[in-house]
Ligand binder design. Structure first.
Ligand SMILES: Nc1ncnc2c1ncn2[C@@H]1O[C@H](COP(=O)(O)OP(=O)(O)O)[C@@H](O)[C@H]1O
Ligand SMILES: O=C(CO)[C@@H](O)[C@H](O)COP(=O)(O)O
Length: 600
C-alpha cells in the first residue's frame, strides 16, 4: 500500500460490517467484511436479525456489532494492515435503530484494556438494553398512530420532520420502550442511533447524534434544526391525559420534565452539517494500543447508510440512485424542501441547504431471494442463474403483476401478504389470480418493485417525459387521471416525470437481469450506470472521512460536491446498455394501483 494517508469508511448494515479504505485521491485500497450469520454463527441470527412473527418485532443484539468490530479489525491485523496510516475515519450505519447506554458507559468506554475483548468489557454493564430495534420492525402500530394524531396528521408531521410516522423510526420505537420497559428507559443514561453508537465506540466516549441521521427519528425539526419538544413529549408520555393540553402547572411540569429527560438522553447538542466538519476527537487508546492506530487518527461523524450512499458519487438534480441492498431504497438530492407523506426528506449529510429524498422498501432482496429459492427448488439449480434466465425471457410487459411482501411493507404500509393480478388491457379491469406458474412470479416481482420505485420517485423529479425518446407501444394507455397511492393522490402530470440518469448500487446491483428490468421501467433519459463495487455506503463514509480530514487538517476550503467531482474516478461508473420501455409500462402503473387498492 503506497499511500501514507489512508481513510476508513465503515458500514454497519443489517447483515454485515464492512470497512473500505481509500487514499487522499479517493482511490479504493481494500475492503474487509464480517457477515453476522456466517462469521458470528453463535448468535444464530437469520439475515442479521431476530424476528417475532406474531408481534412484528425485528431486532438484533448490540453484542453482535461490538464483537464484529473487534473481529474485522483482527482480520485486518492478521493481514498486516498498516493501521498507523489511517488519518481519518467516518462511516455509515443502518438507520433508525437505537442503542441504550447505562450511566457506567462513559467510564467503561474510556478505560478499556487491551487484555480483554470490547464485548467482554462492555456487554455486562455498558447498556441498559442488550438489543436494538431493527429498521424492518413492524411492532409500533399504536405508537405511530399517536405521533400522527397528536401532530395533526401525517402531512403535518412530514412538514416538521421530513417524514410521516413510520414503525421503524426511533421516536415511535422509544415510546414503545417507555411503555413496555419504563424502568429501563429511566435508568438509561444516553440513547444513540446506530451511527452515533459506532462512532462512540471508536471515540471512547458517548458522542452526539448527527443532524442528517437525526431526520430518521420523527423527533427532529428540520426547519428549526433542533429537537421538537412536542414530539419528544409524545415519545415519552404514554398516558393520553398527560399529553392532552392542560393549563395546570402540574401537567406543564410533567411535560417539561419528560421533554428534558429525553433531550438529555439524546444529547442536547446535535452535530451540525456545514462546510467545516470538525473531528469528534481522536481514536480511543484501546484501538491505538491493540491495533496500532496512530493516536492522531481522527473520528468524523457517522451518518445513516442511505445518506452515506449518496456521498459515493457526485449525484446531480434529477438523477436517482437505487440501492438494492437488504432494503431497496430510491435516493435523490434536492434543494427544495417539499415534504410529503409519500416519501422521506433528510438533511444532506455534507452539503448545506440541500436535502436527500428517499423511498424505502423492506421487501427488496429478501423477497426476491424467496422466489429465487422456489425456482431453484423446481429446477434443481443454485444461485441466480435460472432466475435471471427466466427474467430475461420476459422482455415486455404482459399485463400481469404480483405484490410480494413476505414481511410487512413500508411502502405501501401493509401487512405481510402476496397478491397476484391480471389487467384486461381493453377494459382496464383487474382480475385477482390465486396462483400461477412460478416463472411468472420472477418477472412479476421485479416489475412490481421497479414500477413502485418509478411511481413514487417521479413526483420528486422535474423533467417531463418526451415520450418519443423511448420505445412505445400503440396499445399503451396514456395516464390522464390522478392516481391515489398510499392514501394520497399523485397528479398524473407528476407521473410523467423521468430521471435523467439512474445509478445502481448494493448487493442486488450485481445482477444484470434485475438491473436491466429496473432500467427499462424507470426509463432514464441519459443512461443507467452501475458502480463497480457493491459497497457504496462504506465508500461514501470513506469519502466523507477524506474530505473532512483535508478541511480539518489541511485547511482545504472546497465543499464536498466540488471535492468529490474533482477526484471522482469516472471509470468506476459502468454504463449499462438498457433500452427504455418506459411507455410500455404505463399500463403497469394502472395495474399496480389497482392491486395496491386490494391489499389487506
Ligand atoms: N447476484 C445477485 N443477484 C441478486 N441479488 C444479489 C446478488 N448478490 C447479492 N444479492 C443480494 O444483495 C443482498 C445484500 O446486499 P448488500 O448491499 O450487501 O446488503 P446490506 O443491506 O446488508 O448492506 C442480499 O440479500 C442478496 O439477495
Ligand atoms: O430503514 C432504512 C432506511 O430508512 C434502511 O435502508 C436501513 O437503513 C437499512 O438498510 P440496509 O441494511 O439495507 O443497508
Amino acid at each position: 500500500m503506497s499511500s501514507d494517508e489512508l481513510f476508513f469508511g465503515l458500514d454497519l448494515s443489517t447483515q454485515q460490517l464492512k470497512i473500505i479504505t481509500t487514499d487522499l485521491n479517493l482511490k479504493i485500497h481494500s475492503t474487509y467484511t464480517v457477515e453476522f450469520d456466517k462469521d458470528l454463527p453463535h448468535y444464530k441470527t437469520n439475515k442479521g436479525v431476530y424476528s417475532n412473527e406474531i408481534t412484528g418485532e425485528i431486532y438484533t443484539n448490540v453484542s453482535i456489532w461490538i464483537e464484529a468490530l473487534d473481529l474485522i479489525l483482527s482480520k485486518m491485523k492478521l493481514n498486516n494492515f498498516p493501521f498507523d496510516k489511517i488519518k481519518g475515519i467516518s462511516g455509515s450505519c443502518q438507520q433508525h435503530g437505537s442503542v441504550y447506554w447505562s450511566k457506567d458507559a462513559n467510564n467503561l468506554l474510556s478505560s478499556l484494556s487491551i487484555d480483554k475483548s470490547l464485548k467482554d468489557q462492555l456487554i455486562p454493564n455498558a447498556f441498559t438494553l442488550q438489543t436494538s430495534p431493527n429498521w424492518q420492525d413492524h411492532s409500533t402500530g399504536e405508537e405511530i398512530l399517536k405521533f400522527e394524531t397528536y401532530l395533526n396528521g401525517a402531512e403535518h408531521l412530514a412538514q416538521i420532520t421530513g417524514s410521516r410516522a413510520h414503525y421503524r423510526f426511533t421516536g415511535p420505537q422509544i415510546r414503545k420502550i417507555v411503555k413496555n420497559n419504563n424502568e429501563i428507559y429511566h435508568k438509561t443514561f444516553r440513547i444513540s442511533l446506530v451511527s452515533s453508537f459506532l462512532q462512540s465506540l471508536l471515540c471512547g466516549q458517548i458522542t452526539n447524534i448527527e443532524e442528517a441521521d437525526a431526520c430518521g427519528m420523527n423527533l427532529f425539526d428540520i426547519n428549526k434544526r433542533n429537537w421538537n419538544d412536542e414530539l419528544l413529549s409524545i415519545a415519552t408520555l404514554t398516558h393520553d391525559k398527560d399529553l392532552l393540553s392542560s393549563s395546570s402547572i402540574d401537567s406543564k411540569d410533567l411535560k417539561l420534565k419528560a421533554i428534558n429527560e429525553l433531550k438529555s438522553k439524546l444529547g442536547e447538542e446535535i452535530i451540525p452539517i456545514d462546510n467545516n466538519p470538525k473531528s469528534l476527537g481522536s481514536i480511543s487508546k484501546y484501538f491505538v494500543e491493540k491495533y496500532k492506530f496512530s493516536s492522531n487518527c481522527k473520528i468524523y461523524s457517522f451518518t445513516g447508510d442511505n445518506l452515506a450512499t449518496i456521498l459515493s458519487i457526485p449525484l446531480q438534480k434529477d438523477e436517482i440512485l437505487i440501492s438494492l441492498g437488504t432494503s431497496t431504497t430510491v435516493l435523490l438530492i434536492t434543494e427544495n424542501y417539499i415534504p410529503s407523506s409519500n416519501y422521506h426528506l433528510f438533511i444532506h449529510p455534507t452539503i448545506p441547504n440541500t436535502y436527500m429524498g428517499m423511498i424505502c422498501y423492506c421487501n427488496g432482496s429478501l423477497a426476491r431471494e424467496k422466489i429465487r429459492d422456489l425456482i431453484n427448488l423446481k429446477f434443481q439449480t443454485k444461485g441466480w442463474t435460472k432466475f435471471d434466465e427466466i427474467l430475461d425471457k420476459f422482455p415486455s410487459f404482459n399485463n400481469k403483476l404480483g405484490i410480494y411482501f413476505p414481511i410487512g411493507e413500508i411502502v405501501p404500509n401493509s401487512k405481510p401478504q402476496t397478491l397476484r393480478g391480471k389487467l384486461n388491457p381493453k377494459t382496464q379491469d383487474l382480475e385477482i389470480v390465486d396462483s400461477w406458474d412460478i416463472e411468472l412470479d420472477v418477472s412479476s416481482i421485479v416489475e412490481s418493485q421497479a414500477l413502485s420505485c418509478r411511481i413514487r420517485s417521479s413526483p420528486m423529479l422535474s423533467i417531463r417525459s418526451n415520450s418519443s425518446s423511448s420505445s412505445s407501444s400503440s396499445s399503451s394507455p396514456i395516464l390522464e387521471e390522478d392516481l391515489k397511492f398510499d392514501g394520497k393522490y399523485i397528479p398524473y402530470i407528476q407521473l410523467q416525470q423521468r430521471p435523467n440518469k439512474v445509478f445502481y448500487v448494493g448487493g442486488g446491483s450485481q445482477n444484470q437481469s434485475i438491473v436491466s428490468k429496473f432500467g427499462q421501467i424507470l426509463g432514464s433519459l441519459s443512461g443507467d450506470f452501475k458502480i463497480d463495487n457493491s459497497n457504496a455506503c462504506a465508500i461514501g463514509g470513506a469519502f466523507k472521512a477524506t474530505w473532512s480530514w483535508v478541511i480539518d487538517e489541511r485547511g482545504n476550503k472546497k465543499g464536498f460536491h466540488e471535492f468529490l467531482t474533482e477526484k471522482f474516478d469516472w471509470n468506476a461508473l459502468n454504463r449499462l446498455d438498457i433500452d427504455s420501455k418506459w411507455n410500455d409500462y404505463t399500463s403497469g402503473i394502472v395495474l399496480l394501483n389497482k392491486l395496491e387498492n386490494e391489499l389487506k
